[in-house]
Design a binder for this molecule. Structure first.
Ligand code: 23J
Ligand code: MN
Length: 261
């Protein structure tokens, strides 16, 4: 028999409940808010549509099933490197070719919920990450880094979640320099509670959409529209987030889960 103490202890902790499973995904359905891009920038993704095949009726007497009309980048979702032009040539950069080991990783949670409540255009800076590291220890290679903003609490209303006015969307996110700094730490990915991994103001940054541009340029991943980051410790949890194995996929809705002590 092949055994491993860490895995046996882990299995026992799951059964006893001393390690909890926290659901980091938002409900996925027709009401799920989706990104809105001004038409001069590009075409938009559709909202989720559920098409009924049968419902224990003449179309299938003993069964119910649906088919879905679903964008890859909808709801709580994973961004693969080929999503961005800077990552387009990575052979292992599509949802079906990413090494599955990268779907399970330790997670650092930077809580800037107070700052984001005070300022919906809040941007995470390098100094702020260094401050977090002085409190919680260095960000380790192979970790996910997630920005907690409590923005997920707006998820039930597209208007509050996208938070756009005539000047564009207002939602928190990282500066380009913050992402560059995290890349020097060899993180596996960057995640947020907002509709995309970038701030609402990111279209005007240098480079535009720096979380997308820089993470994917380095064959790293993104997670957007995460929920319940307020249930995670700053350090010490493990994130499981696996995209569907779409052939040549640029992203996928995920059921993101955290294992929490
Ligand atoms: C396409 C263009 C801009 C953005 C996005 C997609 C996303 O946020 C996404 O879901 O990847 S900002
Ligand atoms: Mn995306």
């Amino acid at each position: 028999m092949s055994t491993n103490k860490a895995l046996a202890d882990f299995a026992a902790a799951l059964v006893s409940g001393s390690i909890k499973v926290v659901d980091l995904s938002a409900p996925l359905g027709p009401e799920t808010p989706v990104l809105y891009l001004p038409p001069e920038i590009g075409k938009n993704t559709p909202s989720v549509k559920v098409h009924e095949i049968s419902h224990y009726d003449n179309n299938g007497p003993f069964w119910a099933w649906n088919w879905l009309e679903l964008g890859e980048h909808t709801g709580t979702h994973f961004d693969a490197p080929v999503h961005w032009i800077t990552g387009k040539d990575y052979k292992d950069g599509t949802t079906d070719r990413i090494p599955p080991k990268n779907f399970v990783a330790p997670v650092c949670v930077i809580d800037r919920s107070k700052e984001s409540a005070a300022n919906p255009d809040y941007l995470l800076t390098v100094d702020s990450i260094k401050q977090w590291e002085s409190e919680h220890g260095a960000i380790e290679a192979g970790s996910w880094v997630l920005l907690r903003t409590d923005w997920y609490k707006r998820n039930g209303s597209a208007q509050a979640f996208l938070n756009a006015d005539e000047k564009g969307p207002h939602s928190p996110g990282p500066t380009a320099e913050a992402i560059e700094y995290l890349l020097t730490k060899n993180i596996v990915g960057w995640g947020s509670e907002t509709v995309g991994t970038d701030a609402g103001s990111a279209g005007g940054m240098n480079p535009p959409f720096p979380a997308h541009n820089l993470m994917h340029k380095n064959n790293r991943y993104g997670l957007a529209s995460l929920c319940h980051l307020d249930q995670l410790p700053a350090k010490g949890a493990v994130l499981i987030a696996a995209p569907l194995k779409f052939v040549n996929g640029t992203g996928s809705p995920v059921r993101a889960l955290a294992l929490v002590p």
